[in-house]
Design a protein around this ligand. Sequence first.
Ligand code: ATR
Length: 278
Amino acid sequence: MSNTRAACVIGWPARHSRSPKLHRYWIERYRIDGDYRVEEVTAQDFPAFIADLAGHGYVGANVTMPHKDAALKLPEPDARARAVGAANTLWLDNGRLRSTNTDVEGFIGALDTAAPGWHERTERAVVLGAGGASRAVVYGLIERGVKTIHVANRTFEKAAALRERFGPSVKPARWSDLPRLLDGTKLLANATSLGMKGQPDLAIDLSALADDCVVADVVYVPLKTGLLAAAERRGLRSSNGLDMLLHQAVRGFELWFGVRPEVTRELFELLAADIMKA
Ligand code: ATR
């Protein structure tokens, strides 16, 4: 019998996922007897599939659309998945199916790379969006001690719900509040889908941001979003969505294969080339 450990990405559809490329890079680099595959599973079949993950040959999985809610509810979520209210990674913990959210460390890991020590000078941040990605971003900022987090969203009620979830450091805001909120801000994060290929642009004026502001975007297609291009023109440091994708993958790989992999420039270039080709 083979000793190969395997993980997969489960989605519907899932064949466009970039996770196989990135996990296989690490499997090769660390000479692991492992594999990472794509599993296209419908919402209807998802519960049965993950209930017998080992029977399907897997020690763990990434979970993408449309299974993110089910991934939180069906296995036993860890504290982080519960706090964020979303799970993207599954693993078998002594035979028990667990779920976690690795977007928090993805966002923070990318930010640490782009601007080491950012949290020491950031008392106040502005986050755009109030969906699942935003919850991971806001949770990460709170963990790192940012005291005031303005969450601006097209639908105000969803921003208000983040205050209910995370407490009074979250200040819900309307899109029209942005000019005032951006004034002097040292951290701006886009957690909406605006700026993504095929979506409308994120058109906001960055001129009032602090000169040492860091601008982060969770969108990674295109690599350099309109927001990051505008930040560059203003001479601001930026944290990109691809770095976030790579850093969020670290924890899953470690849980499944027992090695904490490094996010290298070479890996970034490999995935960047793939995105550019698309
Ligand atoms: P994810 O899980 O990736 O965060 P999501 O939960 O669908 O995805 O959230 C998408 C975010 O992008 C939301 O904040 C959404 O705003 P609404 O809550 O008002 O829907 C935001 N968004 C998407 N399209 C937008 C648009 N055209 N203008 C402004 N905000 C938009």
